[in-house]
Every structure is written in structure tokens, then in C-alpha cells.
Design a protein around this ligand. Structure first.
Ligand code: MG
Length: 173
């Protein structure tokens, strides 16, 4: 009789950065973790440039070795211009489920001097919980400054890191 477990934990890591530019007709603030925060600047990118959701999408894709967000949603493809990034996250979650995976928990860290994440944490968690189809208790958002050092410290951009853990049926084929 084999003692090998039927299920294994898989972990994936994600990282993303987008540049901050003054607000204009495209957006009146910063999209972070699926939530719009009113701010003097917005994040610049082909899509809504939500660094939190991009990092988390890459983390989820990493759990099943499914490439990265650029593999699935090339920035050269005009259909993703201005796209809401929860679509990318939902796609990654669907790929995990198509493999029989169960998302255990996700954890995102935002690195920014401003805007402050604290007042928006619950809304961010609710947005990611909805996009992933998992309980809010399985979603975490944290934030830190960069102690005024480097590009994040100078408020030239915002960075995000994310980790996702899933349970997957063992399949050594
Ligand atoms: Mg990105």
C-alpha cells in the first residue's frame, strides 16, 4: 500500500511594477487589487495597470507552471488595452480549477509610499475574493513603504509581490 499522499500543496510567486503618472482622462486614481483609490496619480500600463492583480495572476499561474501574464495576455494585443485586470486573475483561477486545483490562500504585498492601503484593505480583499471565488478569510493584502528609497520611495511607481498556494491532485506523468 502506497503512503504517498493524493494531494500536494503548490506555491507560486508573482511580482509586478507599474509607473505612476498624473491622473488624466484614463483614470482618476490608482487601481490596486481590484479597487480604485482616488489619487493625484494613476498607474500607467496597457491594461488598468493594477500591479496587485498582475502580481497575483502571475503567482497563480506559477502554481501550475502555466507561464506568466504576458503569455496569456500579450501587451501587444489591442483587445487588452484599458482592460480591467480582474479578467486576468479570473482566467488564472479558471486554469487552476481546470487542472482540478483548489486555491488555498493568496497573499499580496503592495510597496508604495502613497496612496495608503489601510483604508482600502477590506474593499481590496472583497474584490479579490470575488474574482477568485474563494472566501475573504483566504485572501490577504499587506502594504509597506520603501522607506523613501528607490523608485517606489520616490513615488515614481508602485510595486507588488504575491504568493498563492493551491492544493492539486498528485500526478507525476
Ligand atoms: Mg503589469
Amino acid at each position: 500500500m502506497s503512503m504517498r499522499p493524493d494531494w500536494e500543496a503548490r506555491t507560486g510567486l508573482g511580482y509586478d511594477v507599474h509607473r505612476l503618472v498624473p491622473v488624466d482622462g484614463d483614470s482618476d486614481g490608482v487601481w490596486l487589487c481590484g479597487h480604485l483609490i482616488a489619487h493625484t496619480h494613476r498607474l500607467d500600463g496597457h491594461s488598468d495597470a493594477d500591479v496587485g492583480l498582475h502580481a497575483l495572476t502571475d503567482a497563480l499561474l506559477g502554481t501550475i507552471g502555466a507561464g506568466d501574464i504576458g503569455t496569456h495576455f500579450p501587451p501587444s494585443d489591442p483587445q487588452w488595452k484599458g482592460a480591467a485586470s480582474h479578467q486576468f486573475l479570473r482566467h488564472a483561477a479558471d486554469l487552476v480549477r481546470a487542472r482540478g486545483g483548489i486555491i488555498t490562500n493568496v497573499d499580496v504585498t503592495i510597496i508604495a509610499e502613497n496612496p495608503k492601503v489601510g483604508p482600502h484593505r477590506e474593499a481590496m480583499i472583497a474584490a479579490m475574493s470575488d474574482a477568485l471565488g474563494i472566501a475573504v478569510s483566504r485572501v490577504s493584502v499587506k502594504a509597506t513603504t520603501n522607506e523613501r528609497m528607490g523608485f517606489a520611495g520616490r513615488e515614481e511607481g508602485i510595486a507588488a509581490m504575491a504568493v498563492a498556494t493551491i492544493m492539486l491532485k498528485v500526478n507525476d506523468e
